[in-house]
Design a protein around this ligand. Structure first.
Ligand SMILES: N[C@@H](CCC(=O)N[C@@H](CS)C(=O)NCC(=O)O)C(=O)O
Length: 245
């Protein structure tokens, strides 16, 4: 079945009154696997293949690692070696323009970027998706730094923001409520069991306010097949539009 036909199937399900699943994507632009997950989710949403309400939730991976006692995979020599090869083949599989970092330390300097994304979530939610993509394209696509003020300003302007709006959003990202929001988002993810990124939460119950029903957790950009099954919706790989099914 072509992806366009699936879009019709998905909206038909919505019309029949079936509960629309909620998906929360917790991510940090430090994480290249989260970029792959993000683009896949956006594609499934844009093509209407999945009937789901998707929320982008930038959190702080450093905080997750610290709170859980986990460590970035590359700090273990064997994992680092595996990850290098795995990332290259995952990038190929996803058709993603991922390039190895010139300086791996850049991965640990995303606090300002994550605060910026939280500022966007509050003050300019329509920019959140584009800004997220810009930051990844810079850090993991070889487009430039995201640790300096200049780099963050350029990322904002890459979404089409003018210089003055970019400066305001950057200034806003230093405010106490934005810092607190990033902390709270990280804590929500921790309460939902997070130990890494991407952390994807799924809820399929009809009653949005039913907090007794736990969120189901998926770690990684390689769990979409089982996530789709949990939603009762189809999975056609990372590029549903290229599907020959
Ligand atoms: N198999 C996962 C790997 C994801 C992954 O390694 N994420 C890193 C950040 S880029 C992480 O948080 N790792 C924590 C861990 O492996 O415990 C995928 O394909 O997405």
């Amino acid at each position: 079945m072509a992806a366009k036909g699936l879009a019709t199937a998905a909206s038909a399900a919505r019309r029949r009154g079936r509960a629309v699943p909620k998906i929360d994507l917790f991510y940090d632009v430090a994480s290249p696997y989260s970029w792959l997950a993000f683009e896949t989710l956006m594609r499934y949403r844009d093509l209407g293949v999945w009937d789901a309400d998707i929320t982008l939730r930038p959190f702080f991976l450093g905080g997750i690692m610290k709170a859980t006692g986990n460590k970035p995979p590359a700090t273990l020599k064997a994992k680092g070696k595996y990850m290098k090869g795995d990332l290259a083949r995952m990038a190929k599989y996803h058709g993603a323009p991922l390039v190895p970092l010139k300086d791996p330390r850049a991965m640990f300097e995303t606090l300002a970027a994550q605060r910026l994304l939280n500022a966007a979530a509050v003050d300019a939610p329509e920019q959140l998706e584009g800004l997220t993509r810009e930051l990844w394209t810079r850090l993991w696509g070889g487009g430039g730094d995201i640790a300096s003020e200049q780099g963050l300003q350029e990322a904002c302007m890459g979404t089409g923001m003018d210089a003055s709006s970019a400066r305001s959003l950057l200034a806003r990202s230093g405010d106490a409520d934005i810092k607190a929001r990033l902390k709270e988002e990280t804590e929500v993810a921790l309460r939902r069991g997070a130990f890494g990124a991407p952390w994807i939460s799924l809820r399929t119950c009809a009653d949005d306010d039913d907090d007794r029903k736990p969120w189901e957790a998926f770690f990684g950009c390689d769990r979409f097949d089982v996530l789709a099954q949990a939603m009762g919706q189809p999975w056609f790989g990372p590029h549903p539009s290229l599907s020959k099914l």
